[in-house]
Design a binder for this molecule. Structure first.
Ligand code: ZN
Length: 308
């Protein structure tokens, strides 16, 4: 077996205004990384409305559809835009994440990577924000729990920004351990250690500007990995943002590609111990294009090594 990878040409149909960091060119940077690996590719399917409704109300879906432009852009948040192709891309991001969960739970792949945009971890229940429309990873988590009947899963969100949307969507979900590391202070401002979730199942690890990969490794070993081991997940989902890289223009955590490789190895170690290696990883941020290529190559390279 090898890593199953979901892509789709529709992800390039989500266009953002000139100069926006979450740009179509990110896909080519990701593809450059994936091209060097031996992966099994599939097209991300369109999610049914019912999948999105696992986390968002019908009124929110209706509001986004009503806002979708027939040309140009519609602004739905300070930095979040809809273009003509945005909703198809967002539905296929959810569809890819759900199909990845289906394949990994069924055992037809040991792990999977979803190379989708727009990202998802900032989208709250009724609020598009931070370049995100749907809470893609939280929806995939709900599918694993409610459709496949898993008892427990863990989420690792290592995007440099706090996964406020995933935290909001999973706040009352005792079966999902949500662990986020993020630079603080930084957008969106949430993610303090005292934000525990309704069942104490949310773990926030704030990291200081300039703290580097060494602080990240120590923080994960001290705070996040023991909680995952104690939770004994049946699946690990990853919000894989690469904007903690030293070259990223939006943040300053100063990680290198090898830090993403280390983190992925340790996540796979936990998955091997508790859940037959099952890992589903979804692309979130990462805005310096060469750093994105190097970081995705490091992350998915480890997934591929560990998929056999
Ligand atoms: Zn981010």
């Amino acid at each position: 077996m090898t890593t199953l990878c979901f892509r789709h040409s529709a992800f390039a149909g989500h266009v953002t205004p000139a100069g926006h960091p979450e740009q179509v060119a990110r896909l080519a940077a990701v593809d450059a990384a994936l091209a060097g690996l031996d992966l099994r590719f599939e097209d991300a399917p369109l999610a049914a409305d019912a999948e999105v409704l696992r986390c968002h109300p019908q009124a929110y879906l209706d509001r986004l559809r009503a806002a979708a432009p027939t040309s140009g852009f519609a602004q739905v948040d300070g930095d979040t835009y809809l273009s003509v192709g945005s909703l198809e891309a967002a539905f296929r991001a959810v569809g890819g994440a759900c199909a990845a969960v289906d394949a990994v739970v069924a055992g037809s792949a040991r792990n999977a990577f979803v190379a989708a945009r727009p990202p998802g971890h900032h989208a709250e229940t009724e609020t598009a924000m931070g370049f995100c429309l749907f809470g893609t990873l939280a929806i995939a988590a709900k599918r694993a729990l409610d459709h496949h009947g898993l008892s427990r899963l863990a989420i690792v969100d290592f995007d440099v920004h706090h996964g406020n949307g995933s935290q909001d969507l999973l706040w009352h979900e005792p079966r999902a351990l949500f662990c986020s590391s993020h630079q603080m202070p930084l957008y969106p401002g949430s993610g303090r250690p005292r934000e525990f979730g309704a069942h104490g199942q949310i773990v926030n690890l704030p990291l200081r500007d300039g703290s580097g990969g060494g602080s990240m490794r120590a923080g994960y070993e001290a705070v996040i990995f023991p909680r995952i081991a104690a939770f004994r997940p049946e699946l690990i989902l990853v919000s894989a943002g690469f904007d903690a890289h030293a070259d990223d223009p939006l943040a300053g955590l100063e990680w290198q590609a090898e830090d993403f490789a280390w983190l992925t190895q340790r996540i796979c170690d936990l998955a091997d111990t508790f859940c037959h290696g099952r890992v589903v990883s979804c692309l979130e941020g990462g805005y310096d294009l060469p750093a994105l290529t190097a970081s995705v190559a490091a992350h998915v390279g480890v997934l591929q090594e560990r998929s056999r």
